[in-house]
Design a protein around this ligand. Sequence first.
Ligand code: ZN
Length: 176
Amino acid sequence: MQWGRRRFLTVAGAAAALIPCGGALASAAERRTLKFVHTHTGEKLSACYVAGGSYQSQCLLQVNRFLRDFRTGDIHPIDPALLDVLYDLQVAANRDDTFEVISAYRSPRTNSQLRSQSSGVAEHSLHIEGKAIDIRLTGVPTTKVRDLALSLRRGGVGYYASSDFVHVDTGRVRSW
Ligand SMILES: [Zn+2]
C-alpha cells in the first residue's frame, strides 16, 4: 500500500515535470531563433538568443563571435535589440530562413580603412558600436527586405542596390 502510493506520486511527479518541455506551443512565443550564414567566413550559426522570454547570455556570446570584424578578428558585443529587428524582419517576411551576413561589427581600424576606399562609409558608423548589420534574407528579394525593414520603423535602413544588401541598425529612424 505504502509502496504503491509512493510509486503513484513518483509517476505523477514525472508527468508534471514533463509539461514545460512538452508545452512547445506555450513556450514558442518566448523563443527567438535566428539562422545566419556569413558570406565572408562561410560560417553558419543557428542562434536561439531568447528563451523563456529572456536573452540567453551564452548564445549572445556566440553571436558576438560570429558577427566579429572578419577582417581583424576583433569581437564586440552586438546590440540584442539589433537581433530583435532581424527577428521581426523575418516574421514580417513570413520566412523562417537564413540571414546572409555581409558585414556586422567593424573595428575602428577596419572602418577607417573602408572609408579611405569608399565614400559610402560613415565616420561614426553604427557598425563600430555593434548596432548595425548588412544582410540579405535568403529567398526574399532585397527590395522587399528593405520595404519590410522600413515598415518596422525601428532604426536606420540603407539599401545598396549594386551590392544587393540592406543595412539595418538600431540608431535613429532614417533611410538612404
Ligand atoms: Zn551597414
